[in-house]
Write a protein of this length. Sequence first.
Length: 197
Amino acid sequence: MAFVESVDLSGYGVAITPLALEHEAGLRTAAADGALWNLRVTSVPEPENTRQYIEDALAMRAAGNRFAFAVLDQPGGKVIGCSSYHDILPAVKRVEIGYTWYAKSVQRSHVNTACKLLLMTHAFETLGCHVVGWRTDNFNFPSQAAIERLGARKDGVIRGHALRRDGTIRDTVMYSLRAGEWPEVKAQLLYSLHKPR
């Protein structure tokens, strides 16, 4: 039995479902909303590479090191992005949340908070994770701010850690949240989603 298994999560205006080839057209449309593949600090696929992006994610799922999800709006069911558990370490009960991107039209809305709340709740309360982590490019300042708004703590920077899509070498900023910190973070995220706007 795999540590992360197929699951559908929903609430707070979004649904998260295991990524499949049937999401190809929706993902392509979501990525086109803002031409997100042009950002050098993200993993968003170019339109012509969307199917390969999904196939690669499915291969990583089969290998046990990434479980990708399509993110849908509710109640409409339109694909608005993607997120994943990755660097899955069952022995220490740790997952990271990443490969996350959303259509530009839903960025800076409730979507990221809702998705992360669902994924963190599942990680801590169903999978029994001790730690949930995040990583991002040192130049992806919006991503760093979004991770920090979730309540994660900055662990540090791994220098010269990975290649960007343009072939340059990036430094990676690492964040984490421990199980003992989760109740207070969960309360804050719920407050954030329910407070009057």
